[in-house]
Every structure is written in structure tokens, then in C-alpha cells.
Write a protein that binds this ligand. Structure first.
Ligand SMILES: Cc1cc2nc3c(=O)[nH]c(=O)nc-3n(C[C@H](O)[C@H](O)[C@H](O)COP(=O)(O)O)c2cc1C
Length: 160
């Protein structure tokens, strides 16, 4: 029997948009028979990310393209740079246009040298952006940079 992937979804939200994305990600992972654990940044006790096959890290963008302090604290708390971080986030183009839109996602993708493109959602993902989230999750699971184009049976991260 192939062991199930274990995935951590860690996110920060103030007004709920990033949480909505996290929920869609979780539902999509469950639909793919992936086990998930959720960590609410700034609320839940510290988590050990080393026991997960993929870490989905979600944040909104704040203050002229900044990453929220709680997310920075979470990064420090982890204390190392896992190589399996997939970054998602929400933002609003009304705050600085395309240049600053979801800038925190870009920063975290770069920081973690993420093998996956970051997912950027404008405000709530409900409605037509929902499919974007689902497609992105499928991409992370089955089409990582290192094995893009391989069959759907090939998972990006091998189970431990
Ligand atoms: C004071 C303030 C500054 C913001 N700055 C940015 C920004 O620089 N870039 C961006 O894309 N969104 C910006 N936003 C929009 C939020 O990132 C967006 O509303 C996000 O979905 C909130 O996430 P949450 O609902 O999970 O808390 C800003 C919002 C506020 C209130």
C-alpha cells in the first residue's frame, strides 16, 4: 500500500479571505486522499513542519507589499528553510495595483526557493477564483518543477 501524503496547511488571516483559500485547499487535498493538518498562525501552538511532505503556507499582504509580522514570527519559529513550501495568499489590487498585489507571496516563494509558483487570489476565492485554487493544488501535488509533465501517478513529493 502506498503511504498517504501528509500535508500541513499553515495560514494567517485577519478578515477571512486567506482562511477561505486554506479551506478550499484542504477540501481539494482531501478529494485527492491527502491527509491534512491545519495550523492557524498566531493562534495555534508551535508545529513541527519536518514531519510533513508538503507545507502550504498562506498569508495576506499588508502595508505596501509587506509580509505580516505574524508570518515572519512563524518563519523564525520554524528555524530552518524547508524545501517543500508551497505559498498561497490573498491581496487586493486596490492597494498599490499589480506591483504590490500579493507581494508577500512573491517574497515567500523566493525566500523558500519554492519549487512551485505562488498562488495569488484577489480578496475572497469564492466564485470564479475557486477553480484557480483547485488547479493550483493539483499542480503542486502532481506537477512540481522537477517532474512537470509526468503522469498523474507521479507525486511531487515522495511519501516518507
Ligand atoms: C491597510 C491594508 C493594507 C493592504 N495592503 C495590501 C498590499 O500592499 N497588497 C495587497 O495585495 N493587498 C493589500 N491589502 C489587502 C489585503 O491583503 C486583502 O484584503 C486580504 O485578502 C486580507 O486577507 P484576510 O481576509 O485573510 O485577512 C491591504 C489591506 C489593508 C486593510
Amino acid at each position: 500500500m502506498v503511504p498517504k501524503l501528509r500535508v500541513l496547511i499553515a495560514y494567517l488571516t485577519y478578515s477571512g479571505n486567506t482562511q477561505e483559500v486554506a479551506t478550499i485547499i484542504q477540501d481539494e487535498l482531501h478529494a485527492n486522499e491527502v491527509e491534512t493538518a491545519v495550523h492557524r498562525i498566531g493562534i495555534d501552538p508551535p508545529v513541527d513542519p519536518s514531519s510533513y511532505d508538503i507545507i502550504f503556507l498562506g498569508t495576506f499582504t499588508w502595508d505596501m507589499g509587506s509580509t505580516p509580522e505574524e508570518v515572519k514570527d512563524f518563519i523564525l519559529e520554524i528555524g530552518y528553510k524547508p524545501e517543500n513550501v508551497a505559498v498561497f495568499g490573498t491581496g487586493d489590487t486596490q492597494f498599490g495595483g499589480d506591483d504590490l498585489f500579493c507581494r508577500a507571496v512573491d517574497k515567500l516563494v523566493k525566500f523558500y526557493h519554492s519549487p512551485w509558483s505562488g498562488l495569488k487570489i484577489e480578496q475572497s476565492p469564492r466564485g470564479k477564483q475557486e477553480q484557480l485554487v483547485k488547479d493550483w493544488v493539483e499542480g503542486v501535488l502532481y506537477h512540481g518543477k522537477s517532474n512537470a509533465g509526468k503522469s498523474k501517478d507521479t507525486r511531487t513529493v515522495k511519501s516518507k
